[in-house]
Design a protein around this ligand. Structure first.
Ligand SMILES: Cc1cc2nc3c(=O)[nH]c(=O)nc-3n(C[C@H](O)[C@H](O)[C@H](O)COP(=O)(O)OP(=O)(O)OC[C@H]3O[C@@H](n4cnc5c(N)ncnc54)[C@H](O)[C@@H]3O)c2cc1C
Length: 436
């Protein structure tokens, strides 16, 4: 059995459901879950549900077409937001403290179960100290499903598991996972009834397992770790001033502020290559999209606030009902606030795409199909930033694979990260002076 050689795969695992005898998921050398087949190729039939398919069927080729099929009833449309009903910012009174951000995902999942809109959830939970997608149905215990996990997980088993159970299921996922589920629903329309609600987790990049190894070492753990927590809030500080923590082999808990490790998101460290070819910033294909309110007016609230985009009338009703009965402390906001909260992601993912496509093509890659309207020209300075981000992303994975030690990694990455900081500073200065 060989690992799939495709560079543009986040390991959603939905292809497995199309070819169970041929494909299974396994870890690759860079700490990502990838499909494995006899010859290292994914059968054409399975590629049809791949969110990074280079040759998709024309009618479902991209997010815009899928949105027209699944969210065509939405009353509003926007080039950056997608199809939508409402835009909100705030939190759940009951779940914010024990959640990653405003606790809206946990709140909505609870309502979906309580109101019998679905019978089960397919969410990411702890298993033997790690994290995996699992079925969950116990509404009383809903807090056990809270918090987002930044380690590879896969939907490999979703479609076999739901075939075995009665009832309907709600699923949470980042944009590419949600796209794969929509593709599956397009080819198997019965699945629309079986999975009537999708919660989209706005994603700034899919991280390798190396990311967590790196954080655990930074926190002071030298061996293996378990039950890691990625978003430990500090109510007395800023929303972005959260901590990472994990238990070592002796069950001692180690914790450190994420601010001590530097920029892990803008630099692209340990990120999947596929993410640089995903144009969906706001999980445009979910029923509701949830992210962090990275906005000046919310930054000082250490417990965090969620940005919310409802895309179906059901999602919007659930949110409005929560506001009316006092469960949710939310403000209805202008859509531009949501875009502003994810501005760096829009700039990188959409504006920088054309350059990255050209660069990858020149290196001989077969590229995923992308929305043509996203292809924009950028300044020379921003092109240099883009190219340097690619270097840091690639080298971070390569260096950690060869020497998974903090000291060696810092030593090897020092020059590249310094160069990235320098070109980014020049770029920001020029933008501020309106020279770009
Ligand atoms: C890889 C990744 C990148 C992210 N990048 C950004 C970003 O760039 N900008 C931004 O604003 N927000 C980002 N987020 C989302 C943000 O951090 C919050 O987690 C999100 O807004 C949900 O907050 P909440 O308090 O409503 O969720 P909670 O109430 O804490 O519930 C989270 C739900 O998500 C499920 N879950 C956990 N991990 C995953 C996973 N990996 N995939 C799918 N479901 C999962 C849990 O089971 C739970 O049901 C990212 C999340 C992830 C996982």
């Amino acid at each position: 059995m060989n690992l799939f050689k495709g560079e543009f795969c986040t390991g959603c695992g939905v292809c497995v459901s199309e070819s169970e005898q041929v494909i299974k998921m396994d870890w690759d050398e860079y700490g990502f879950l990838k499909p494995v087949t006899i010859d290292g190729a994914i059968p054409r039939a399975a590629m049809k549900v791949c969110p990074f398919n280079p040759e998709p069927e024309a009618v479902v080729a991209d997010e815009d077409q899928l949105a027209a099929i699944f969210l065509g009833q939405a009353t509003k449309r926007d080039a950056e937001i997608g199809c939508f009903e409402g835009t909100y910012i705030g939190y759940s009174r009951q779940f914010r403290n024990s959640s990653s951000s405003g606790g809206i995902a946990t709140y909505l999942f609870k309502q979906l179960l309580q109101e019998k809109i679905v019978d089960h959830l397919y969410v990411v939970r702890e298993v033997k100290g790690g994290y995996e997608y699992q079925l969950f149905s116990n509404v009383e215990d809903i807090k056990r499903t809270s918090k987002t996990r930044y380690i590879p997980i896969t939907l490999e088993k979703l479609f076999t598991e739901i075939n075995k159970i009665e009832g309907r299921i709600a699923v949470s996922g980042v944009a590419c996972f949600i796209k794969a589920i929509r593709l599956k629903q397009y080819y198997y329309p019965d699945l629309k009834n079986k999975i009537p609600f999708l919660i989209g987790i706005i994603c700034g990049g899919w991280k390798s397992r190396f990311f967590t190894d790196f954080l655990a070492q930074h926190a002071g753990i030298s061996g293996s770790y378990h039950n890691q927590q990625y978003r430990i809030k500090d109510a007395n500080s800023m929303a972005s001033d959260y901590s990472f923590g994990a238990y070592d082999e002796m069950d001692v808990f180690y914790q450190m502020k994420m601010s001590t490790v530097g920029d892990m998101w803008g630099s692209g460290l340990f990120k999947s290559k596929a993410c640089d070819f995903c144009t969906d910033v706001l999980t445009e294909l979910a029923d509701v999209s949830l992210g962090d309110a990275w906005l000046p007016e919310y930054r000082t609230d250490g417990l965090g606030n969620s940005v919310i985009v409802t895309r179906t009338s059901l999602a919007d009703q659930l949110i409005k009902k929560g506001i009316l009965n006092g469960d949710l402390e939310l403000n209805m906001v202008n859509k531009d606030k949501i875009i502003e909260s994810q501005r760096p992601s829009f700039l990188h993912r959409q504006n920088g795409l054309k350059l990255r496509m050209r660069h990858a093509k020149s290196r001989g890659y077969v590229l995923p199909y992308v929305r043509k309207r996203m292809l924009k020209s950028i300044s020379i300075v921003y092109s240099i930033v883009q190219l340097q981000r690619q270097v840091t992303r690639e080298k971070s994975l390569r260096y950690w694979r060869s020497t998974p030690s903090l000291e060696a990694f810092h030593y090897k990455m020092y020059k590249e990260l310094k160069r990235l900081r320098l070109v980014t500073r020049i770029y920001h200065k020029m933008r501020k002076l309106k020279m770009l």
